[in-house]
Design a binder for this molecule. Structure first.
Ligand code: 5GP
Length: 206
């Protein structure tokens, strides 16, 4: 399927800094819209239904799977997460840019469906740094940190399936890289053709 706007898919192991990078990018770029996923996990801290996620019960999630309401969904950390068609359809109809912050399984599914989606994988600079970020974050018990590191080893082995890789060693550098990817995509012939119809017409480019 062709996506009429630019569809960016970002994945990373937990602790690599994905959410902070996406948040900073969204603050700088008002043309991007973040897709809000559905999840069966419970809200954490200040999270609000409809803002970070749509929090649903396993039965509600099942019903959505049955109704073919998801573009992709996956099991992540023993919960289920999915991108609903509704979350991206309106934006798609307007040809707007959408960003999906999802896990690598979902990213691979999106690439299969939308051939022109841009997939970006964010890596930590080393295992030592990833461990110390997870420890400094203070959100997880030691056994959960070990589990996240074990999962991260499986996840980073998938990086070769992505179009772009960003190594998040210095936050500002990684944000610069992310902005560069988003910007370069908008300069592609097909994207310019869509975004600058009048200019192309004035230049008699068919
Ligand atoms: P968390 O529970 O920490 O918010 O997210 C856990 C993981 O699930 C993260 O890697 C996050 O990107 C991923 N995730 C969030 N939404 C989706 C989704 O709609 N689909 C998939 N496949 N993964 C998602």
């Amino acid at each position: 399927m062709d996506y009429p706007g630019n569809l960016y898919v970002i994945a990373a192991p937990s602790g690599a800094g994905k959410s902070s990078l996406v948040k900073a990018l969204m603050e700088l770029d008002s043309h991007l819209q973040l897709s809000i996923s559905h999840t069966t996990r419970a809200p954490r801290g200040q999270e609000k239904n409809g803002r970070e996620y749509f929090f649903v019960s396993p039965a509600e999630f099942d019903a959505m799977v049955q109704a073919d309401a998801f573009v992709e969904w996956a099991h992540v950390h023993s919960q289920r997460y999915g991108t609903s068609k509704k979350a991206i359809e309106d934006r798609m109809a307007q040809g707007g840019d959408v960003i999906l912050e999802i896990d690598f399984q979902g990213a691979v599914q999106i690439k299969d469906i939308f051939a022109n989606a841009i997939s970006i994988f964010i890596l930590p600079p080393s295992w030592e740094e990833l461990r110390s970020r997870l420890e400094r974050r203070g959100e997880d018990a030691p056994d959960v940190i070990e589990l996240r590191l074990k999962n991260a080893a499986v996840e980073v082995a998938q990086a070769h399936k992505f179009d772009f890789v960003i190594i998040n060693e210095l936050f500002d550098r990684a944000l610069f890289d992310l902005k560069a990817i988003v910007h370069a995509q908008r300069l592609k012939y097909s994207a310019q053709r869509r975004a600058r119809v009048e200019t192309f017409q004035a230049l008699n480019i068919p």
